[in-house]
Ligand binder design. Structure first.
Ligand code: SF4
Ligand code: SF4
Length: 427
């Protein structure tokens, strides 16, 4: 065996097939069970092994654990890239029932905007930076559209002058994202939009109302319809947070989504469990149910966000990496947008001169977890490292949310046609 990290399951959708996923390389294969009675039989076929080698299916190494740990952390720890998550406004026009934010009701002040620009330009001048990425966040980031435009304009110019590539994304509730706003954001080079819709109108309006309690579904949905014909390389992820309350409405929502967007491959639907991050006693649906809903959606022909992009070893949450920072309107530096109101979890501070002072001991707590005893034997180790969600890890001992649901997970790879290799007996 060339690796210890093979997860092998029978395919649910095709009872003749076996699926194998290498959690270290993120590569997968299927083969017909009648062709090989054991996996070792397959390994005896030289031609197949050569093809798998060429596909980097194994990525063989003497110290598997160490190589996998390095792969896992290298992605966003690349010293040649700057990744910032900037809160442009800490108020929101919504009051979602499960929201964890405390709403400072404040815009990112001009002096902090200038400081962020200086920080980026200083690092570009001093270091070998090749890429700058900004993710706009809030509150509702579009309440701070002026700072998005101001910072983007300056940073895009600096990047151009120094031959550095630039990319940007935004997480917005979508209420203010009309055609005019979309054109403004295009100029800010934003190519990736995450917008939350929690189900059909009936349930979405209950979970995600405006401050005054009015519904928001109609406006968001028509905004997305309006901009859907204007997409030119942009991706829209519609995030749907499922709670026990909204679960019965998902079939209806899948139908609505498909009726409107099934032919637009730039618009994805991405289902999540509502997490009780605010401690409001939200009861969470299980991973098992979540995977069933995603499968149902995929089978309906819907464009589901590819599960493979969530389980590749390098798909770690940004909070686990050493060079992604969240900057609040006060210049506080955090690792996770969910914990910005928890001062104990603050890891640094921006001054007004473009300097970010980081407490490396605190940073280390996010990026360098201790493994549990059972991790050393775990097939999910390369995609987990006991750090799927550092914030959860601080609260309690837990495992990767897909642990125990590997069969349904691998079946989804099959349904989404993201299996890398279909092994056939050499003729
Ligand atoms: S935390 Fe759980 S799922 Fe993650 S590597 Fe350890 S044992 Fe495996
Ligand atoms: S640390 Fe957890 S809650 Fe925070 S962004 Fe990462 S996965 Fe989400």
């Amino acid at each position: 065996m060339k690796t210890n990290f093979l997860i092998m399951e029978d395919c649910i959708e095709d009872s003749n097939k076996k699926i194998i996923f290498n959690s270290k390389t993120g590569k997968s294969l299927t083969y017909n069970k009648k062709d090989f009675s054991t996996f070792n039989d397959l390994l005896n076929e030289k031609e197949i092994i050569t093809q798998l080698d060429n596909l980097n299916f194994w990525n063989n190494s003497t110290n598997e654990h160490e190589v996998s740990r390095k792969n896992r952390v290298s992605f966003k720890n690349d010293p040649a890239s700057i990744n910032l998550i900037i809160l442009t406004h800490q108020n929101c026009n919504f009051r979602c029932t499960y929201c964890y934010e405390h709403f400072k009701k404040k815009e990112l002040p001009l002096e902090m905007q200038e400081s962020i620009i200086k920080y980026i330009s200083k690092r570009i001048l001093k270091e070998e930076i090749k890429h700058v990425n900004i993710s706009w966040f809030g509150g509702e980031p579009l309440l701070g559209i002026k700072s998005i435009e101001y910072i983007s304009g300056k940073v895009i110019e600096i990047c151009k002058d120094y031959g550095v590539t630039y990319g940007a994304s935004i997480t917005t509730n979508g209420y203010l994202l009309n055609k005019k706003m979309f054109e403004r954001l295009k100029k800010c080079h934003i190519t990736y939009y995450q917008i939350t819709i929690d189900g059909p109108k009936e349930i979405h309006d209950k979970q995600r109302p405006l401050i005054n309690g009015a519904g928001t579904f109609d406006k968001i949905f028509s905004n997305i319809q309006d901009i859907s014909s204007k997409l030119d390389g942009e991706t829209i992820i519609i995030r749907t947070n499922i709670s026990n309350l909204s679960l019965p409405y998902m079939d209806e929502f899948i139908q609505t989504f498909n009726e409107n967007f099934i032919n637009n491959k730039q618009i994805y639907l991405d289902f999540h469990q509502v997490k009780d991050l605010a401690g409001k006693g939200e009861s969470e649906i299980s991973t098992d149910i979540l995977l069933d809903i995603i499968s149902k959606f995929v089978k309906s022909g819907g464009n589901a966000y590819p599960i493979i992009r969530k389980i590749m070893p390098e798909s770690a949450c940004y909070a686990t990496t050493t060079n992604t920072y969240v900057i609040t309107v006060d210049g506080d530096v955090h690792k996770c947008t969910v914990s910005i109101d928890n001062n104990d979890l603050k890891i640094g501070q921006m001054d007004t001169e473009g300097n970010m002072i980081i407490n490396t001991t605190k940073l280390n707590e996010w990026t360098n977890p201790k493994l549990k005893h059972e991790c050393n034997e775990c097939l999910l180790l390369p995609m987990c490292w006991n750090n799927e969600c550092p914030l959860k890890r601080f609260q309690c001992e837990h495992c990767h949310s897909y642990k125990g649901f590997e069969k349904k997970l691998l079946n989804l790879l099959f349904l989404q046609k993201t299996i890398d290799y279909n092994v056939k007996i050499p003729s």
